[in-house]
Design a protein around this ligand. Structure first.
Ligand code: ATP
Ligand code: MN
Length: 448
């Protein structure tokens, strides 16, 4: 007997074939003579309807089968006479594997709030919503690798424990061991970004990317920030800022295309329940060129908007989420790339422009989300880089290894970071970033 996942069974369309399938009961109903189980194994949004009658071995067990129980069903796939599904499994045998007491099992069939399910994060993957979100997350990860493999980029692994501080800002988690505070002989931290290490690798392999978890100890309790989140960071030798923006745009579009091709049914589910017009928005983004404007133009737009923003829109201030959303949603209506930011609000490694006051930074902004990508052309000139490190009061000696890449065979290079969870927020229509990572870590919260 074939043992396949529900998705494969339904796709096989092999009416008359026998199958054996295990899963969890979404709902069960019965009469004296017949019973129906809506079974899911997480493989697709569509479940498999199991039909039982008095011939079915185990039929008398049906009264103990409730939402959340695990069961094993064996039977024949037939065309379903009922509405709502094309095929169903006529069961020869049903086995109850694990009970789920309807009095205490928290995930009942009724619609729960996302807040409630967040507190049951160990069980929420059993719901339609979260199974869809986590399938989307898996496909998105595959799509990322797929894109870079096609482009000939090499996948590299940056260390998670690091002794360098990428941003020069105190937002890192320190790593220590109970017996020895300085286990590594000096202060060590969880990485905030794999960029500096990716740069080292790119200056030898030319085109690389990292994809892994990063950690930030900032106290930003917003629907867009996690303390542990996943970031994709491509880094490319011989790319200037324009090449970098071109790649970012191509990458985002390719990811959306990949998702429409590989997991349309989950996107459709999310559109139906969480984000009206989602698919059209995705297709629009794929088709139209992104708008590009420099920081100074963006500031000008904001000042002329007549909007009453909470944060200042003076030149030299950072562009906040409310500004980002105004630009992408109200003003322009497509994704926007803003480039050439004031040097004073950006880290030391970004390339100084000829005007002496801006750097070759770029952010990609999406409707609903705001910043999804942050990147820059890196400063490749040894003297300029050293001067900036000193000016910011950073320890030049500590960056000696980084400066070596500028001392020996330096080249123009660029890179960016894409937040995986922000991308998923956009793709799923979920509003809170805690709902697109299985076990969220935020200030005051790290369960499991
Ligand atoms: P923001 O201004 O939104 O806090 P950032 O400028 O600090 O973000 P970068 O250092 O540029 O972020 O990181 C690159 C990308 O990583 C961002 O564009 C975003 O998609 C994602 N990202 C950054 N911080 C977080 C976070 N705390 N939680 C989830 N994703 C994040
Ligand atoms: Mn950024």
């Amino acid at each position: 007997m074939k043992r396949l996942k529900i998705k494969q069974i339904l796709a096989s369309e092999q009416a008359g074939e026998k199958f054996k399938v295990g899963g969890w009961v979404r709902s069960a109903r019965m009469s004296q003579t017949v019973g129906f189980i809506d079974l899911t194994d997480g493989s697709s949004i569509a479940g498999l309807q199991i039909v039982l009658d008095s011939e079915t071995n185990g039929f008398d067990m049906l009264k103990d089968i409730h939402t959340g129980c695990s069961v094993l069903a064996e039977g024949t796939l037939i065309e379903s006479p009922g509405k709502g599904q094309k095929y169903e499994l006529k069961a020869d045998k049903i086995t109850l594997l694990g009970e789920a007491d309807p009095e205490t099992y928290p995930i009942q069939k009724k619609k729960h709030t996302l807040e409630f399910l967040r507190q049951k994060a160990h069980l929420r993957v059993r719901t339609n919503t979260f199974s869809a979100v986590f399938r989307l997350r898996s496909h998105l990860s595959q799509g990322i690798h797929d894109f870079f493999r096609r482009k000939g980029f090499f996948y590299i692994h940056a260390p998670i424990i690091t002794t360098s501080d990428c941003e020069g800002a105190g937002q890192m988690f320190q790593v220590s061991a109970p017996s020895e505070k300085e286990f590594f002989g000096r202060p060590a931290y969880l990485t905030v970004s794999g960029q500096l290490e990716a740069e080292l690798m790119a200056l030898g392999l030319s085109e690389v990317y990292t994809f892994g978890p990063t950690f930030r100890a900032e106290n930003s309790n917003t629907p867009r920030h996690l303390s542990e989140f996943w970031m994709v960071e491509p880094e490319m030798a011989f790319y200037d800022l324009t090449d970098n923006m071109d790649l970012a745009e191509e990458f985002l579009k390719a990811l959306l295309e990949y998702m429409l091709e590989n997991d349309l049914e989950d996107l459709e589910f999310m559109e139906r329940w969480y984000q009206k017009g989602l698919l059209e928005q995705l297709r629009n983004i794929i088709e139209k060129p992104f708008e590009r404007m420099n920081y100074t133009e963006a500031i000008d737009y904001l000042q002329k908007s007549g909007k009453d923003f909470e944060f200042p829109t003076e030149w030299g201030h950072d562009i906040q989420t409310e500004h980002e959303r105004y630009l992408t949603e109200e003003k322009i209506g497509v994704p926007v790339i803003i480039y050439d930011y004031p040097a004073s609000i950006k880290p030391f490694y970004m390339r100084l422009n000829d005007d002496g006051k801006t750097v070759a930074a770029m952010d990609v902004l999406l409707p609903r989300i705001g910043e999804i990508i942050g990147g820059s052309q890196r400063e490749e000139r040894l003297d300029v880089l050293s001067r900036r490190i000193r000016k910011l009061g950073l320890d030049e000696e500590a960056f000696n290894w980084y400066l070596d890449t500028r001392r020996f065979g330096t080249v123009v290079h660029s890179g960016f970071g894409l937040g995986l969870e922000r991308t998923l927020l956009f793709l799923s229509g979920m509003a809170n970033i805690r709902d697109v990572i299985p076990f969220p870590r935020t200030p005051g919260n790290a369960e499991f």
